[in-house]
Design a protein around this ligand. Structure first.
Ligand SMILES: O=C(O)C(=O)C[C@]1(C(=O)O)C=C[C@@H](O)C=C1
Length: 98
């Protein structure tokens, strides 16, 4: 192994360590978010509120688009990611209501 490939391997390992830590943050953050949305789902079911709230979602998308742009993250990706999460939340809300 040349010095250059050894240096590249060390850099790759460092990046992967950071990626693993960030993936853990994502998992814990999502788990925390779902704890709150489960509580929201129970509240909505108890008070006969609809599972989805399009006005709230529009506000979230607008906010996330600004945040993503500021963070140098593709806003379309941020929107798709939020939509994916909310779709799952709405499924949970519907289960609370059935
Ligand atoms: O805020 C709510 O009313 C929720 O039910 C939570 C949530 C979300 O996951 O952020 C999910 C569904 C709604 O359409 C809007 C937002």
């Amino acid at each position: 192994m040349t010095d250059q490939t050894a240096r590249a391997a060390a850099l790759l390992a460092e990046h992967r360590e950071s990626i693993d830590r960030l993936d853990a943050i994502i998992v814990f953050t999502l788990a925390e978010r779902f704890k709150h949305t489960q509580a929201v789902g129970k509240l909505k079911a108890a008070h006969d509120l609809p599972p989805s709230d399009p006005a709230r979602e529009a506000a979230q998308i607008a906010r996330l688009t600004d945040l993503a742009t500021e963070a140098d993250l593709d806003p379309e990706f941020a929107k798709t990611f939020l939509a994916f999460i909310i779709q799952e939340v709405i499924k949970h809300h519907e289960q609370h209501q059935s």
